[in-house]
Design a binder for this molecule. Sequence first.
Ligand code: NAP
Length: 336
Amino acid sequence: MSIDQVSLGNTGLTVSELSLGTWRFGRRLVDGTERYDEEGIVETDEERAYELLDAYAEAGGNFIDTADKYGDGRAEEWIGNWLEGRDRRDFVIATKIYRPRRENDPNARGLNRRHLRNQIDTCLDRLDTDYIDLLYCHRYDDDTPAEEFMRTLNGLVESEKVNYLGISSGKPDAWKIAKANEIARRNGYEPFTVTQPRYSLVDREIDPNYLPMCRDYDLGVVTWSPLAWGFLTGKHQRGDVGHDDSTAIEDSRFAERYLTDENFDALDVLLEVAEEVDATPAQVALAWQLHHPDITAPIIGASTVEQLRENLDASAVSLSDEQFERLSEAKTVSLG
Ligand SMILES: NC(=O)c1ccc[n+]([C@@H]2O[C@H](COP(=O)([O-])OP(=O)(O)OC[C@H]3O[C@@H](n4cnc5c(N)ncnc54)[C@H](OP(=O)(O)O)[C@@H]3O)[C@@H](O)[C@H]2O)c1
């Protein structure tokens, strides 16, 4: 197994075409809701986190995705601990800032200058590193002028704490990213060169406007939840409320978003193609993204080393043009 490398958008950086996600490191669920500082189900504990990082690195992976918020800081800390035994230069570390640091403090959230400047040092400390390869804004901040955060982010690059800037999206807010990049261009600031939207065979909101915007700006597109929280592995069946091996089912948002008739119809197409190419549904769902001309690197979110290895083998799956088209049309979003 070896993971191919790709150029990250219009940066000079080369990364693994499958990134390793760490959202579930230290993540606690209480009654189906994500919570911090409380007892609950931990999706990926510290020992498992190191096993996943080891297996990813052994397979030649170099692109690790985290965020200040994941596991309330535990994900960054565990990556920092793990890096101690490694050569930092072998890895491209991406983290994110935006989520509230203190729930009731409006200044300890978002992309305001104070929060960005404070939080970058917290991220560097936890990751035990001098620089972040790629800093994402976890979300666009409607409450802070784009001029303010683009200028502050530019300062973080100039101070060499950060090498490249990205922005992650919950909703497909293409025009906001374009606006921020035009402000950067006008003022000679570092622009966003990478985006991180949700994208999978059944999450297609970015098709009509967001992906064309990324193409036009030549932005790297690093996609989150490429297996729709495990739905695209085929382990959930129509009419089922869940599956014993799925932690996603504990999250109250999962069934509402994913266990729909329309998605099961798309899953049928995926299962059909998987059988044709003799690969697992997860591998084909990832291979579809690897074949997609607009996608740079999906982020894998495996819960076990076995799942991780299965998913990394997606690199070896070939799809014909016809199979790629059939998968692309399994679920679509209309313009408008
Ligand atoms: N920017 C953002 O706002 C944002 C948001 C979400 C995620 N992300 C990033 O994207 C990464 C991936 O997201 P995700 O965890 O939602 O990805 P995903 O690939 O959609 O779902 C991962 C989950 O699917 C199941 N799974 C994965 N491979 C499997 C396999 N081969 N067989 C069976 N089950 C399998 C596992 O859960 P079970 O075993 O429990 O079923 C696993 O935890 C995150 O870690 C994070 O880095 C970013």
